[in-house]
Design a protein around this ligand. Structure first.
Ligand SMILES: [Zn+2]
Length: 459
């Protein structure tokens, strides 16, 4: 099967190379900001003309927001706007214009209701200080050197990798991979190159095709499996978080920037801020590593993986839960399981959001009316079973898959195998809280909320 996947490697740039990459990233930002300013100017002009009562056909012509059109107008104006444009690859300007074209499309799709998910704001100008420097190459020579420790990119030349690129190099050598683009960006104080690669993956079957595993993502553990296994958070994560808090306190004692008084940050603040940034990056690296190891193991071992469809966006709005949820990376776990089960020939089942996996007894099936989050053990009043709350939920999820196989239907949403035929269909029309189907819960849609999501799902 063909799959598009990313290979990301840390880079060891020389100071000269770092300046070259920063120049390209800056060029991308200049093109982005210039095009955004033009788009805004035309929009404001048209709005003003409308207030004077100018008829629609006599208004200033609107700009096309497509990438080719933005590129054409940039090429016509670049001699005046950026007379130094020859110093950078044209891919740099393309990076910025492409980002703007996509941002504008997302915004307009969101306004016209074509785009699901949270409301998108209108694109904003990018600042040198706040934005992440990044440049993407889509054409030209992009290859991994034979020593597998260097990559060659257009204009930037030969860059040393911090780690071996052997996994990508092997695929490139035997012809099962084709590099489509390469992005160089700075992430948490470290430069990285990400290759977007079209890979021809061999068909696989999971180690135990018949086995079913329910996964309950927990707060104290990374996950609890229906097999009774508790998957711990990666080691060092707690230690890294202690350090994070300490660095945060140290930063707050130093003189930071202040917009109101025009106070510039001190050198010590800048250094402390960089330290804190690196510590944040380390925490997120540890978390991502633990999550990837877990999802790869699950997808390679079990034929069917069952997870819950958690309302992550809604839960993040609860400030007391937010930190724990982002810690565990609930949404990311599901996203990884979706593509990894597809790669490994397994399937992922996502239980309906309203399925009471925690409140149901995995022994006798009795459902409790209430189960506060503080209650960590499940005690059934009907059959007297006593077990860990998360383990109980994981067992219920696993039982859901077995029930679905025999009954053919149930309160579940199939995923994985049928993802190919309906790409993103179910993801895009995710139900929002307050728009439940009638009969499932008694939630009434709040005033003024449309039920688009529910209707889209009913098709
Ligand atoms: Zn029971």
């Amino acid at each position: 099967m063909k799959a598009v996947q990313a290979y990301r490697f840390a880079l060891d740039l020389t100071p000269v190379q770092e300046r070259a990459v920063l120049a390209h990233a800056g060029a991308a930002r200049v093109a982005y900001n210039w095009a955004l300013a033009r788009v805004k100017a035309v929009m404001d002009q048209r709005a003003a003309e409308r207030t004077y009562g100018v008829s629609e056909e006599l208004l200033t012509a609107s700009l096309s927001w497509s990438l080719p059109a933005l590129r054409r107008s940039w090429n016509a104006a670049k001699d005046g706007v950026a007379p130094w444009w020859r110093e950078c690859s044209k891919e740099a300007f393309n990076t910025g214009l492409d980002a703007l074209a996509r941002a504008l499309k997302n915004w307009s799709d969101c306004r016209s209701g074509k785009r699901a998910g949270r409301a998108m704001g209108f694109p904003r100008f990018r600042s040198r200080r706040r934005s992440v420097p990044s440049v993407r190459f889509t054409t030209g020579t992009m290859r991994v050197e034979a020593d597998r420790k260097h990559v060659v990119l257009p204009r930037l030349g030969r860059l040393k990798l911090h780690e071996s690129a052997r996994k990508l190099a092997r695929r490139l050598d035997n012809g099962t991979a084709r590099i489509m683009s390469a992005t160089v960006r700075r992430d948490g104080g470290r430069w990285q190159v990400a290759f977007c690669v079209e890979v021809d993956r061999a068909d696989r079957t999971p180690g135990c095709p018949g086995s079913v595993v329910g996964v309950d993502v927990g707060v104290t553990h990374l996950a609890v499996l229906s097999t009774g296994e508790l998957v711990d958070n990666p080691r060092h994560l707690a230690a890294a978080q202690t350090r994070l808090r300490r660095l945060g306190r140290a930063l707050s004692r130093k003189t930071g920037p202040d917009r109101r008084t025009g106070q510039r940050p001190s050198q010590r603040w800048a250094r402390a801020s960089a330290r804190l940034g690196r510590a944040h990056a380390r925490v997120s690296n540890l978390r991502r590593d633990g999550l990837h190891k877990l999802t790869t193991r699950l997808a390679r071992t079990h034929g069917t993986v069952v997870v819950e469809d958690l309302n992550v966006a809604g839960m993040l709005r609860n400030p007391r839960l937010a930190r724990h949820i982002t810690d565990a990376g609930f949404g990311e776990l599901r996203r990884q399981l979706a593509y990894k089960t597809a790669w490994n020939g397994g399937r992922l089942i996502v239980a309906d959001r309203w399925y009471p996996s925690s409140k149901t007894c995995s022994g006798c099936g009795a459902v409790k009316a209430k189960l506060p989050l503080s209650e960590r053990t499940y005690t059934c009043t009907t059959c007297g079973i006593i077990l860990d709350r998360d383990l109980n939920a994981a067992r219920n999820l696993a039982a859901l898959a077995t029930g679905m196989d025999t009954a053919g239907s149930g309160p579940v949403t199939g995923r994985g195998a049928d993802r190919k035929t309906r790409p993103g269909g179910l993801v895009a029309t995710k139900r929002q809280p307050g728009t439940a189907n009638a009969g499932q819960t008694g939630t009434v849609p709040p005033q003024g909320r449309t039920t688009d999501h529910m209707l889209a799902r009913a098709h």
